[in-house]
Design a protein around this ligand. Structure first.
Ligand code: AHG
Ligand code: MN
Ligand code: MN
Length: 327
Protein backbone atom coordinates (compact mmCIF):
# COMPACT_ATOMS: atom_id res chain seq x y z
CA UNK A 1 0.00 0.00 0.00
CA UNK A 2 1.76 3.23 -1.05
CA UNK A 3 1.12 6.82 0.06
CA UNK A 4 2.05 9.47 -2.48
CA UNK A 5 2.99 13.01 -1.47
CA UNK A 6 -0.30 14.27 -2.95
CA UNK A 7 -2.29 11.87 -0.75
CA UNK A 8 -0.15 12.81 2.25
CA UNK A 9 -0.71 16.55 1.69
CA UNK A 10 -4.48 15.99 1.40
CA UNK A 11 -4.43 14.01 4.67
CA UNK A 12 -2.35 16.81 6.26
CA UNK A 13 -4.82 19.41 5.00
CA UNK A 14 -7.43 18.04 7.33
CA UNK A 15 -5.03 19.00 10.14
CA UNK A 16 -3.94 22.40 8.88
CA UNK A 17 -6.16 25.38 8.27
CA UNK A 18 -5.56 25.14 4.49
CA UNK A 19 -8.72 23.05 4.19
CA UNK A 20 -9.11 23.93 0.51
CA UNK A 21 -7.65 21.66 -2.14
CA UNK A 22 -5.82 24.76 -3.39
CA UNK A 23 -2.93 24.06 -1.04
CA UNK A 24 -2.30 20.57 -2.42
CA UNK A 25 -2.82 21.92 -5.96
CA UNK A 26 -0.14 24.52 -5.14
CA UNK A 27 2.36 21.96 -3.80
CA UNK A 28 1.72 19.76 -6.84
CA UNK A 29 3.15 22.63 -8.91
CA UNK A 30 6.37 22.35 -6.93
CA UNK A 31 6.62 18.56 -7.14
CA UNK A 32 5.91 18.69 -10.89
CA UNK A 33 8.73 21.20 -11.42
CA UNK A 34 11.15 19.06 -9.39
CA UNK A 35 10.31 16.03 -11.55
CA UNK A 36 11.18 18.10 -14.63
CA UNK A 37 14.49 19.11 -13.01
CA UNK A 38 15.19 15.50 -12.01
CA UNK A 39 14.64 14.30 -15.57
CA UNK A 40 17.03 16.95 -16.87
CA UNK A 41 19.70 16.12 -14.28
CA UNK A 42 19.50 12.34 -14.90
CA UNK A 43 20.76 12.80 -18.45
CA UNK A 44 22.54 16.12 -18.08
CA UNK A 45 25.68 14.98 -19.89
CA UNK A 46 23.64 13.84 -22.86
CA UNK A 47 21.36 16.82 -23.29
CA UNK A 48 23.73 19.74 -23.11
CA UNK A 49 22.28 20.79 -19.70
CA UNK A 50 25.71 21.09 -18.09
CA UNK A 51 27.96 24.08 -17.87
CA UNK A 52 27.56 27.79 -17.45
CA UNK A 53 24.60 29.66 -18.88
CA UNK A 54 26.82 32.64 -19.58
CA UNK A 55 25.17 35.22 -17.30
CA UNK A 56 25.57 36.19 -13.66
CA UNK A 57 22.57 36.37 -11.34
CA UNK A 58 21.58 38.93 -8.74
CA UNK A 59 23.99 37.18 -6.35
CA UNK A 60 26.83 38.04 -8.76
CA UNK A 61 27.31 34.30 -9.31
CA UNK A 62 27.85 32.55 -12.65
CA UNK A 63 24.49 30.96 -13.50
CA UNK A 64 24.69 27.32 -14.57
CA UNK A 65 22.33 26.13 -17.31
CA UNK A 66 20.54 23.96 -14.77
CA UNK A 67 20.03 26.96 -12.44
CA UNK A 68 18.19 28.67 -15.27
CA UNK A 69 16.26 25.57 -16.30
CA UNK A 70 15.15 24.80 -12.72
CA UNK A 71 14.12 28.43 -12.21
CA UNK A 72 12.02 28.47 -15.38
CA UNK A 73 10.44 25.12 -14.46
CA UNK A 74 9.32 26.44 -11.06
CA UNK A 75 8.16 29.81 -12.43
CA UNK A 76 6.17 28.03 -15.15
CA UNK A 77 4.56 25.32 -12.99
CA UNK A 78 3.74 27.69 -10.11
CA UNK A 79 2.75 30.66 -12.24
CA UNK A 80 -0.15 28.56 -13.51
CA UNK A 81 -1.51 28.07 -9.97
CA UNK A 82 -4.05 30.85 -9.36
CA UNK A 83 -3.49 30.69 -5.60
CA UNK A 84 0.02 32.17 -6.06
CA UNK A 85 0.38 35.89 -5.33
CA UNK A 86 4.17 36.09 -5.72
CA UNK A 87 7.21 33.94 -6.53
CA UNK A 88 10.60 34.79 -4.98
CA UNK A 89 13.62 33.07 -6.50
CA UNK A 90 17.33 33.14 -5.73
CA UNK A 91 17.81 33.67 -9.48
CA UNK A 92 15.58 36.76 -9.82
CA UNK A 93 16.40 40.16 -8.36
CA UNK A 94 12.76 41.03 -7.73
CA UNK A 95 9.73 38.89 -6.85
CA UNK A 96 7.52 37.80 -9.75
CA UNK A 97 4.05 39.08 -8.75
CA UNK A 98 0.63 38.19 -10.13
CA UNK A 99 -2.28 40.57 -10.13
CA UNK A 100 -4.58 38.39 -8.00
CA UNK A 101 -6.89 39.43 -5.19
CA UNK A 102 -6.08 38.64 -1.57
CA UNK A 103 -8.89 36.06 -1.66
CA UNK A 104 -7.46 34.25 -4.73
CA UNK A 105 -3.72 34.84 -4.51
CA UNK A 106 -3.26 33.41 -1.02
CA UNK A 107 0.34 32.14 -1.11
CA UNK A 108 3.89 33.29 -1.73
CA UNK A 109 6.46 30.68 -2.74
CA UNK A 110 10.14 31.39 -2.06
CA UNK A 111 12.72 29.06 -3.59
CA UNK A 112 16.29 28.19 -4.42
CA UNK A 113 15.64 26.42 -7.72
CA UNK A 114 18.95 24.64 -7.79
CA UNK A 115 21.15 24.44 -4.71
CA UNK A 116 24.74 23.28 -5.02
CA UNK A 117 25.38 24.59 -8.54
CA UNK A 118 29.14 24.12 -8.16
CA UNK A 119 28.52 20.36 -7.97
CA UNK A 120 26.37 19.91 -11.09
CA UNK A 121 29.21 19.29 -13.56
CA UNK A 122 30.91 16.76 -11.30
CA UNK A 123 27.80 14.63 -10.83
CA UNK A 124 27.43 15.31 -7.10
CA UNK A 125 24.08 15.75 -5.31
CA UNK A 126 22.25 19.03 -5.88
CA UNK A 127 18.81 20.10 -4.70
CA UNK A 128 15.79 22.41 -4.80
CA UNK A 129 14.60 24.23 -1.66
CA UNK A 130 11.17 25.86 -1.18
CA UNK A 131 9.23 27.81 1.44
CA UNK A 132 5.51 28.70 1.45
CA UNK A 133 4.12 31.83 3.13
CA UNK A 134 0.49 32.86 3.41
CA UNK A 135 -0.42 36.32 2.14
CA UNK A 136 -1.34 38.70 4.96
CA UNK A 137 -4.81 40.30 5.04
CA UNK A 138 -4.76 43.73 3.34
CA UNK A 139 -5.19 45.31 6.77
CA UNK A 140 -1.84 43.86 7.92
CA UNK A 141 0.24 45.11 5.02
CA UNK A 142 0.94 45.00 1.32
CA UNK A 143 2.39 42.17 -0.74
CA UNK A 144 5.94 43.21 0.19
CA UNK A 145 5.03 42.83 3.89
CA UNK A 146 3.61 39.38 3.12
CA UNK A 147 6.90 38.38 1.48
CA UNK A 148 9.20 39.65 4.25
CA UNK A 149 7.71 37.50 7.02
CA UNK A 150 9.94 35.72 9.56
CA UNK A 151 10.48 31.99 9.13
CA UNK A 152 8.10 31.02 11.93
CA UNK A 153 5.26 32.25 9.66
CA UNK A 154 5.98 29.59 7.03
CA UNK A 155 2.94 27.48 6.13
CA UNK A 156 5.11 24.77 4.55
CA UNK A 157 8.72 24.16 3.58
CA UNK A 158 10.71 21.44 1.91
CA UNK A 159 13.49 20.37 -0.36
CA UNK A 160 14.32 17.78 -2.99
CA UNK A 161 17.79 16.25 -3.03
CA UNK A 162 18.74 14.83 -6.44
CA UNK A 163 21.13 12.00 -5.59
CA UNK A 164 21.41 8.23 -6.05
CA UNK A 165 17.67 8.45 -5.43
CA UNK A 166 15.53 11.57 -5.56
CA UNK A 167 14.12 12.37 -2.12
CA UNK A 168 11.55 15.03 -1.19
CA UNK A 169 11.30 16.13 2.45
CA UNK A 170 8.54 18.54 3.51
CA UNK A 171 6.68 19.84 6.52
CA UNK A 172 3.46 21.77 7.06
CA UNK A 173 4.22 22.13 10.75
CA UNK A 174 3.00 18.63 11.58
CA UNK A 175 6.25 16.71 11.46
CA UNK A 176 8.86 16.25 8.72
CA UNK A 177 8.20 13.56 6.13
CA UNK A 178 10.34 12.02 3.36
CA UNK A 179 9.26 10.64 -0.01
CA UNK A 180 11.30 8.83 -2.64
CA UNK A 181 10.59 9.41 -6.32
CA UNK A 182 9.53 6.13 -7.92
CA UNK A 183 10.45 6.67 -11.59
CA UNK A 184 8.34 3.69 -12.70
CA UNK A 185 5.16 5.53 -11.65
CA UNK A 186 6.50 9.11 -11.61
CA UNK A 187 5.29 9.69 -8.07
CA UNK A 188 6.92 10.64 -4.77
CA UNK A 189 6.14 7.74 -2.41
CA UNK A 190 6.23 8.05 1.42
CA UNK A 191 9.38 6.41 2.80
CA UNK A 192 9.95 8.11 6.19
CA UNK A 193 7.08 9.69 8.16
CA UNK A 194 7.61 11.90 11.23
CA UNK A 195 11.40 11.96 10.92
CA UNK A 196 13.41 12.48 14.14
CA UNK A 197 16.91 13.93 14.10
CA UNK A 198 19.15 11.92 16.51
CA UNK A 199 19.82 13.75 19.80
CA UNK A 200 23.54 13.64 18.97
CA UNK A 201 25.43 12.64 15.82
CA UNK A 202 29.02 11.90 14.91
CA UNK A 203 29.60 14.26 11.96
CA UNK A 204 30.35 17.95 11.77
CA UNK A 205 30.01 19.67 8.40
CA UNK A 206 31.74 22.95 7.59
CA UNK A 207 34.02 24.43 4.92
CA UNK A 208 37.20 24.41 7.01
CA UNK A 209 39.11 26.48 4.44
CA UNK A 210 37.40 29.52 6.01
CA UNK A 211 38.44 28.63 9.58
CA UNK A 212 41.07 31.36 9.85
CA UNK A 213 38.48 34.12 9.39
CA UNK A 214 35.62 32.69 11.46
CA UNK A 215 34.84 34.42 14.75
CA UNK A 216 37.06 32.72 17.38
CA UNK A 217 34.23 30.83 19.10
CA UNK A 218 33.66 28.72 15.97
CA UNK A 219 37.29 27.58 15.87
CA UNK A 220 37.08 26.72 19.55
CA UNK A 221 33.84 24.83 18.92
CA UNK A 222 35.27 22.68 16.12
CA UNK A 223 38.31 21.99 18.33
CA UNK A 224 35.87 20.89 21.05
CA UNK A 225 34.18 18.44 18.65
CA UNK A 226 37.56 17.13 17.46
CA UNK A 227 38.88 16.67 21.00
CA UNK A 228 36.03 14.35 22.05
CA UNK A 229 34.74 16.95 24.55
CA UNK A 230 31.15 15.98 23.62
CA UNK A 231 31.84 12.40 24.61
CA UNK A 232 32.48 10.96 21.15
CA UNK A 233 34.86 11.12 18.21
CA UNK A 234 33.50 13.19 15.29
CA UNK A 235 34.21 12.76 11.61
CA UNK A 236 34.03 15.58 9.05
CA UNK A 237 31.70 15.50 6.03
CA UNK A 238 31.27 18.47 3.67
CA UNK A 239 29.67 18.06 0.24
CA UNK A 240 29.28 21.73 -0.66
CA UNK A 241 25.60 21.32 -1.53
CA UNK A 242 23.63 22.65 1.44
CA UNK A 243 20.68 20.35 0.74
CA UNK A 244 22.87 17.22 0.76
CA UNK A 245 24.82 18.30 3.87
CA UNK A 246 21.54 19.11 5.61
CA UNK A 247 19.83 15.86 4.56
CA UNK A 248 22.68 13.82 6.10
CA UNK A 249 22.47 15.91 9.29
CA UNK A 250 18.69 15.35 9.45
CA UNK A 251 19.11 11.57 9.12
CA UNK A 252 22.35 11.00 11.07
CA UNK A 253 22.45 13.97 13.47
CA UNK A 254 25.51 16.11 14.10
CA UNK A 255 25.91 19.72 13.03
CA UNK A 256 26.23 21.77 9.83
CA UNK A 257 27.76 25.23 10.02
CA UNK A 258 28.31 28.13 7.68
CA UNK A 259 29.72 30.75 10.08
CA UNK A 260 30.48 34.40 9.25
CA UNK A 261 33.73 34.77 7.28
CA UNK A 262 35.90 37.74 6.30
CA UNK A 263 34.44 37.58 2.77
CA UNK A 264 30.86 37.02 3.98
CA UNK A 265 30.60 38.68 7.44
CA UNK A 266 26.79 38.22 7.39
CA UNK A 267 27.20 34.59 6.34
CA UNK A 268 26.94 33.17 2.81
CA UNK A 269 23.64 31.32 2.93
CA UNK A 270 20.37 33.09 2.19
CA UNK A 271 17.77 33.45 4.92
CA UNK A 272 14.54 33.17 2.98
CA UNK A 273 15.16 30.26 0.61
CA UNK A 274 17.96 28.31 2.30
CA UNK A 275 18.07 28.85 6.08
CA UNK A 276 14.35 29.32 6.84
CA UNK A 277 12.93 26.24 5.07
CA UNK A 278 15.67 23.96 6.45
CA UNK A 279 15.33 25.46 9.93
CA UNK A 280 11.57 24.71 9.86
CA UNK A 281 12.25 21.09 8.92
CA UNK A 282 15.08 20.74 11.48
CA UNK A 283 12.84 21.97 14.33
CA UNK A 284 9.97 19.73 13.21
CA UNK A 285 12.37 16.78 13.48
CA UNK A 286 13.56 17.78 16.98
CA UNK A 287 16.71 19.66 15.92
CA UNK A 288 17.68 23.34 16.20
CA UNK A 289 18.74 26.08 13.77
CA UNK A 290 20.51 29.27 14.78
CA UNK A 291 22.29 32.25 13.23
CA UNK A 292 24.71 32.11 16.17
CA UNK A 293 22.88 35.09 17.62
CA UNK A 294 19.35 33.69 17.75
CA UNK A 295 16.79 31.29 16.33
CA UNK A 296 16.76 31.38 12.51
CA UNK A 297 12.95 31.30 12.39
CA UNK A 298 12.71 34.49 14.48
CA UNK A 299 14.78 36.65 12.10
CA UNK A 300 12.67 39.41 10.52
CA UNK A 301 13.86 39.64 6.88
CA UNK A 302 14.79 43.09 5.55
CA UNK A 303 15.36 41.90 1.98
CA UNK A 304 14.53 38.79 -0.08
CA UNK A 305 18.22 37.95 -0.73
CA UNK A 306 19.42 38.66 2.80
CA UNK A 307 22.20 36.34 4.02
CA UNK A 308 22.66 34.79 7.45
CA UNK A 309 25.13 32.59 9.26
CA UNK A 310 23.56 29.12 9.66
CA UNK A 311 24.27 26.50 12.32
CA UNK A 312 21.77 23.62 12.21
CA UNK A 313 21.75 20.18 13.76
CA UNK A 314 21.13 17.95 16.76
CA UNK A 315 20.22 19.35 20.16
CA UNK A 316 23.43 18.12 21.84
CA UNK A 317 25.79 19.78 19.36
CA UNK A 318 23.68 22.91 19.07
CA UNK A 319 23.48 23.45 22.82
CA UNK A 320 27.24 22.91 23.14
CA UNK A 321 27.78 25.76 20.67
CA UNK A 322 25.05 28.10 21.85
CA UNK A 323 25.31 27.59 25.60
CA UNK A 324 28.88 26.37 25.78
CA UNK A 325 29.74 23.43 27.95
CA UNK A 326 31.05 20.11 26.81
CA UNK A 327 30.30 16.99 28.94
P1 AHG B 1 23.68 27.72 -4.59
O1 AHG B 1 24.25 26.69 -5.50
O2 AHG B 1 22.17 27.71 -4.55
O3 AHG B 1 24.25 29.10 -4.86
O4 AHG B 1 24.09 27.34 -3.10
C1 AHG B 1 25.41 27.06 -2.84
C2 AHG B 1 25.63 27.14 -1.37
C3 AHG B 1 25.20 25.88 -0.63
O5 AHG B 1 24.63 24.92 -1.45
C4 AHG B 1 26.47 25.33 -0.04
O6 AHG B 1 26.29 24.90 1.27
C5 AHG B 1 27.42 26.52 -0.08
O7 AHG B 1 27.01 27.32 -1.16
C6 AHG B 1 28.84 26.08 -0.29
O8 AHG B 1 29.61 27.26 -0.15
P2 AHG B 1 31.22 27.13 -0.13
O9 AHG B 1 31.61 26.62 -1.49
O10 AHG B 1 31.68 28.54 0.16
O11 AHG B 1 31.57 26.18 0.98
MN1 MN C 1 21.62 27.37 -2.54
MN1 MN D 1 20.83 28.01 -6.12
Amino acid sequence: MITTVQQHILQQQQEISEASGRFSWLLSGITLATKMVEAKIRTAGLNDALGAFGQTNVQGEQQQKLDVYANLALLHCLGLRDSVAALVSEEDEEPVTFDRSVETGKYIIVFDPLDGSSNIDVNVNVGTIFSVLRRLPASEGDLQASILQPGHAQVAAGYVVYGPSTVLVYTTGHGAHAFTLDPTIGAYVLTNENMRMPEQGSYYSVNESNAATWPKEYREYIDQLRSGALGRQYSSRYIGSLVADFHRTLLKGGVFLYPPTLEQPAGKLRLMYEANPLAFIAEQAGGMASSGKGRILDIKPEGIHQRTPLIVGSKREMEALLHGGSQ
